[in-house]
Design a binder for this molecule. Structure first.
Ligand SMILES: *Cc1c(COP(=O)(O)O)cnc(C)c1O
Length: 221
């Protein structure tokens, strides 16, 4: 299926005026579809399965910035560590340690976001504020020892609902958590929130990065 070029150009202009980074979520989409967007100059792409990502990465230009946005198992980190640009979905210290270990092996520093649970659904992964506090807390010397990862901010997904007031409240909450941690952690500068259905609300609440799939590539099967 051809990509929605016009929608993409409008999104790019609109988000650009707000200094918001657009990550094109290309999960389930083919290499030619991704290449079509790449040829328009786009470089940030998001995937949520390690195998699919590794496969696509090997077949597409090297200057693509790949974002991992799905649930990542520790034993899968090794495969993506050589090239991943930003792991947006870190939800345990164990995973962060493994990313650090694999980054070190590849002589690089990997940027990460911590995924925060803001939606009502049980199915969505992520840390709650207490867990985040524990992980980022100043007494957690462990974090400082991880020299091959940089925690640059937070990611969150709002509830899947038509109730936009609820979505807005969830994003507002995530922004407040982000601001709180940003005061203490100078590396914090990315707040990834907003998808096809709710990105404008997210931008209104202070998002600096949105992850948009279906609006650009069309509905997934
Ligand atoms: C699939 C996905 C998106 C994009 O969803 P769309 O509704 O297609 O824009 C964004 N973020 C995450 C974490 C996803 O899994």
């Amino acid at each position: 299926m051809p990509i929605n070029k016009l929608t993409y150009e409008q999104l790019k202009a609109d988000l650009g005026s707000h200094h918001v980074t657009l990550v094109a979520v290309s999960k389930t989409k083919s290499v030619p579809e991704i290449k079509e967007l790449y040829d328009l100059g786009h470089r940030d792409f998001g995937e949520n399965y390690e195998q699919e990502l590794v496969d696509k990465q090997s077949r597409l230009p090297r200057d693509i910035r790949w974002h991992f946005i799905g649930h990542l198992q520790s034993n899968k980190v090794k495969k993506i560590a050589p090239f991943i640009h930003l792991v947006q979905s870190v939800d345990t210290l164990k995973l962060l340690k493994e990313i650090n270990k694999q980054a070190e092996k590849n002589n690089r520093v990997i940027d990460c976001l911590l995924q925060v649970h803001i939606a009502q659904e049980e199915t969505k992964f992520g840390l709650d504020e207490q867990e985040l506090e524990r992980l980022m807390g100043s007494d957690s010397k462990e974090l400082q020892q991880l020299r091959s990862v940089t925690v640059c901010g937070l990611m969150g997904m709002a509830s899947f609902t038509d109730d936009m007031d609820k979505v807005k409240a969830e994003f507002r909450y995530l922004k407040s958590v982000f601001d709180k941690f940003k005061q203490k952690h100078s590396t914090f500068d990315v707040l990834s929130m907003g998808m096809s259905a709710d990105y404008s609300i997210a931008v209104g609440q202070g998002s600096t990065m949105v992850r948009i799939g279906s609006l650009i590539f069309g509905e997934r099967n």
